[in-house]
Design a protein around this ligand. Sequence first.
Ligand code: NAD
Length: 331
Amino acid sequence: MKSAVLVPGDGVGPEITDATVKVIEAMGTEIEWQVVEAGMKTMEEYGRPLSPKFFPLAWECGVVLKGPITTPIGKGYRSVNMIIRERLNLYANVRYARSIPGVSGMHDNVDVIIVRENTEGLYVGFEREAAQGVVESIKLTTESASRRIGSYAFELAARMGRGKVTALHKANILKMGDGLFLRTVENVSKTYSGIDFHQMLVDNACHQLVVDPSQFDVIVAQNLYGDIVSDLIAGLVGGLAVMPGANMGDNIAVFEAAHGSAPDIAGKGIANPSGMMLSAALMLDHMRMPDDAARMREAVYAALADKDALTPDMGGKGDTEKFTQAVIDAL
Ligand code: NAD
């Protein structure tokens, strides 16, 4: 039997991971779950926000299905998500934004993959107080990480039969750092003859995405730009709760939905588990179970088209349990 680490996380995490595991069990797919605690409650109980069991188990299994984990704002402990990405060297964050039939989004022709560099840039949070009232936040860009993420984006595009990769940047202002990223990805593009390379200023890309997302196929961006743009694209396809994703390293992958721990609705039983379920479908593909992955994905799409089962974030009157049952019925 194949094994995977399961991190329910906190906030709505336990509700949506539980729903996801139920669907996988209903399919008869056998996975031995190694459950690891993380998040606010883990911090309160054990004085650390991530169980020390996590890293050995993650390396052993090579696959993790992870619920969202809360990060305190402006104070408190460092993001567990960041620690996991750093320690496992999960250098590529990949999110799939696709219009889903029956789900109302701003556009019905979105099919964009966002590949985000995960290990450097502003987002890693290297900060220090240089003097009282003065904070330096370092934005690091290296040629090696830019080449690695550029290669990942083009390899993924080639594997998935995509024809275009667009690099987002702000090299008009950050001529050195973003300039290095852009130049390096462009150099990578020269080894992929069948895939077009485009580049766009990230602010213009936000505008273009809202106006006409069909001009984008695969997007590659540095960390913070990718973080912001992927939430924008989620808004185009029906919301954060339906967008699946993965953090990929060499020989290790962590699958998680794009959204956070949604503390405003945690414990109410109304969280939308579809992004988590679609992330699990990506995991099944990765674990070489493509038939199960396709079955799960189609069942989630069918449940999303069933207005009675939808959770309130999608305008429905259903809840997590009802939606999960609709997915199981659709299998
Ligand atoms: P969020 O994604 O948790 O919530 C934004 C809005 O979307 C909220 O109104 C929420 O109710 C709604 N929402 C999100 N997921 C939903 C779901 N599955 N079903 C229904 N509605 C859903 O973003 P936030 O409020 O900015 O962040 C909350 C916490 O999550 C923060 O501590 C943040 O650091 C953390 N976070 C974690 C991850 C992760 O673990 N990968 C990612 C993003 C944010």
